[in-house]
Design a protein around this ligand. Structure first.
Ligand SMILES: [Ca+2]
Ligand SMILES: [Ca+2]
Ligand SMILES: [Ca+2]
Length: 285
């Protein structure tokens, strides 16, 4: 004979069903409240748009020359091979693609051909938007972000939209580059975010990648490496010049900058979505 009456069994079933429904509702709303607003879209979209200005002849950027794994023995040698001469050999733009010669040297593009890979997009517009100027297909360059001080070494994902669901799935695979913000080394504000914490059941290997972001200080270095499809490496270094904690909807973090800069963002305090730690840095080489 069963110990429980049919009525008791029914009551137990009811409790179980209501229990799981409430749990689902609880975690569902928790998800919405805590992670749906991870990247508030800036109201002033033009700020983002104007971040995509092409490289200019900023002398500061010259410091990057020589970082490339592919560099010919000397810039002078490369210039000679490409029939470049005269006092403007560094900054001149004989093919009129918007990329001065020294940047053609760094990126391994042809200083006498505005569209080195012949895909219909100029060398400078590809580089300014994160595309590979030496590869015909529509691939973006591979980017890795390294911050030795806090043990960060993670791939950057080129997020295609600022849609939260899309960005959350990108964050499973690394750090998310906010769509339409500057590409590495380029003029304007590049915005990158990562998780400081996440649910224990969340997918991905980068759920705590920015947990120590708040330990960074002014003067610390952030290294960003680009790898083109042909294996060419271009390294950039950004130096931190500001760090602050702000509200999730603080629009000033999206503001464009007149020089190549970097903004890192993560949720704060750990385990919540209440505030953001923001780290600002500027390109040093
Ligand atoms: Ca050029
Ligand atoms: Ca060119
Ligand atoms: Ca091209």
């Amino acid at each position: 004979m069963s110990i429980m009456s049919d009525n008791m069994k029914f009551q137990l079933k009811k409790v179980a069903i209501i229990g799981s429904l409430s749990l689902a509702l609880f975690f569902g709303s928790f998800y919405l409240v805590n992670f749906i607003d991870i990247h508030p879209a800036p109201k002033n979209a033009s700020l983002i748009k104007s971040a995509q200005t092409p490289i200019n002849n900023d002398l500061e950027l010259k410091k990057r020359a020589g970082n490339s794994s592919f560099g010919l023995a000397t810039y002078e040698g490369w210039a000679k091979i490409n029939n470049l001469s005269g006092k403007d050999v560094y900054d001149a733009d004989p093919d009129g693609d918007g990329l001065p010669n020294y940047l053609e040297y760094i990126y391994g593009t042809d200083p006498n051909n505005a569209d080195s890979d012949g895909d219909g997009f100029s060398d400078s517009s590809e580089i300014a938007n994160g595309y590979d100027p030496a590869s015909k297909d529509e691939s973006k360059v591979t980017v890795t972000i390294k911050i030795d001080k806090i043990g960060v070494d993670a791939p950057m994902v080129w997020s295609k939209t600022d849609n939260d669901v899309n960005m959350l799935s990108d964050l499973e695979n690394g750090l998310s580059h906010f769509v339409k913000t500057a590409a590495p080394g380029q003029m304007g504000n590049m915005i990158i975010s990562g998780h400081s914490s996440n649910y224990i059941w969340a997918k991905g290997n980068y759920n705590h990648i920015f947990k120590d972001l708040n330990n960074l200080e002014v003067g610390d270095i952030i290294s960003i490496r680009i790898v083109q499809k042909n294996g060419r490496i271009i390294d950039y270094q950004y130096k931190i010049n500001d760090k602050f904690i702000t509200a999730p909807n603080d629009e000033k973090i999206f503001a464009n900058t007149p020089n190549p800069s970097l903004t890192l963002s993560t949720c704060w305090p750990l385990g919540t979505n209440l505030r953001r730690v923001i780290v600002k840095a500027e390109l040093v080489k």
